[in-house]
Design a protein around this ligand. Structure first.
Ligand code: C5P
Length: 401
């Protein structure tokens, strides 16, 4: 099911050059299943037309508080009562100032004042306007009034200057809105995740790795962020973007070998929950060559292997002593998922293990998982990795002290 299915969103657009990106935002919201009602200020219509917004949202756009289309002539009440959330992107400095003072002199500001649903704003303006004491005052007031502020980001600006004040990209705004609707079951918890494969070098150009894509671990990082956690992601070699970077609640360490992943994980062991999702190589090469090994026609190559440290096992031992992270392991099995998962949970000395049918699901966007804890086995079913990750986060959150 799309992440915004059945959600009614009023998308407010105020006057700023970033308004051209609102067209992409409407598309992203609609693609996620949302019903989007666009409301534009006069200034917004200088940058982009209501015709574009109507075509993309599939709904007539409102621009005027005296709009005759609403039977009782109270567009501000009708529109805000029907909404699950009001999202304003871009939110100009002028609009932020108005909202922070409770002014209501056009349709968008009036419906924000009349609302009984959450308000999210994505500010966009020149860097001097953003850093101006008046705007920062508006920002603080809006935050203390419970308004969720998405961004802004830093970077190139339409005016040619570089700095803070760029609107987040439409995709990021859409992802943050989705996150806003998820249950905040891990609010302020510190979550540590290992993800992806490891790469064990044979020489400077060759090595041994595995087929793990990192998708399940990254989906879990996203689901934990959506649930309000601070996440530290330790990723083996994989080309996946860091999820929900714009929340400012995720840090990432890239590692290559199992030994590096072990070091990085133990250095960040002070956390509430640890998910060991990485497919860590069981062995590393003991006789690794410093120079590239030359191909020899007649002889093969003798490699010596040494066991890699077991990260999960060491974290579980740690959990018994001091900072006590709740440790969750993963078991990719080709058969008898439940039996193997149960046995592995006990062997590793951890409270929960997630069984999935690997390696068939490596690289796919879907998976099928079960959860084993001391009470038994629960089937979380098949589905998209992000949906399964959300279900898993709910299971773990329910077991935390
Ligand atoms: O023992 P096995 O490799 O089957 O266990 C899989 C679980 O252990 C996964 O959670 C994996 O991330 C973790 N693991 C680890 N360090 C290793 C090997 C596996 O953390 N060296």
């Amino acid at each position: 099911m799309p992440s915004l299915a059945n959600k009614k969103i009023v998308l407010g657009i105020s006057g700023g050059i970033a308004a051209y990106k609102s067209a992409e935002l409407v598309r992203a919201l609609v693609q996620e299943g949302a019903h989007v009602q666009v409301v534009m200020t006069n200034a917004a219509q200088q940058f982009i037309t209501p015709v574009t917004m109507q075509a993309l949202s599939g709904n007539p756009v409102f621009t005027n508080q005296w709009d005759q289309r609403i039977a009782n002539n109270m567009a501000h009440i009708e529109l805000s009562r029907a909404a699950d959330a009001i999202l304003i992107a871009p939110a100009s400095a002028d609009l932020m100032a108005k909202l922070s003072l409770g002014l209501a002199d056009d349709l968008l500001s009036t419906l924000c004042l009349a609302r009984d649903c959450p308000l999210l704003i994505a500010p966009a303006m020149n860097l001097q306007m953003w850093s101006h004491a008046a705007t920062q005052r508006s920002l603080k007031r809006l935050q203390s009034d419970g308004v969720a502020v998405l961004g802004p980001a830093s970077g190139d600006q339409a005016c040619g200057e570089v700095g803070m004040g760029r609107m987040l990209e439409p995709e990021e705004i859409c992802e943050q809105l989705i996150a806003f609707f998820q249950p905040q079951v891990l609010r302020n918890k510190r979550v540590l995740i290992t993800a992806g494969p490891t790469f064990e070098a044979i020489d400077p150009v060759r090595g041994i790795t595995n087929l793990s894509s990192g998708k399940m671990g990254f989906a879990l990082a996203k689901a934990a962020l959506e649930a309000g956690a601070y996440v530290h992601l330790i990723a083996g070699p994989c080309n996946l973007p860091t999820p929900l970077l714009s929340t400012g609640r995720i840090t990432r360490t890239n590692v290559t070998s199992g030994a590096e992943m072990h070091r990085a994980t133990l250095a960040s062991a002070n956390c509430d929950v640890f998910f060991a999702v990485a497919a860590v190589a069981d062995w590393t090469i003991a006789n690794r060559a410093k120079q590239k090994i030359k191909r020899q026609e007649k002889t093969g190559l003798d490699l010596e292997f040494r066991s890699n440290p077991d990260i999960l096992l060491d974290m579980a031992k740690l959990a018994k002593r001091k900072s006590k992270p709740y440790c969750v392991g993963f078991a990719a099995e080709t058969d008898r998922l439940g039996k193997h998962a149960k046995e592995k949970r006990i062997k590793k000395g951890i409270p929960m293990i997630v069984g999935n049918i690997g390696p068939a699901t490596f690289g796919l966007d879907t998976n099928e998982i079960i959860v084993a804890d001391e009470k038994g086995i629960k089937n979380l079913g098949k589905g998209n990795k992000l949906e399964l990750a959300r279900k898993l986060i709910a299971q773990v959150a329910a077991r935390l002290p």
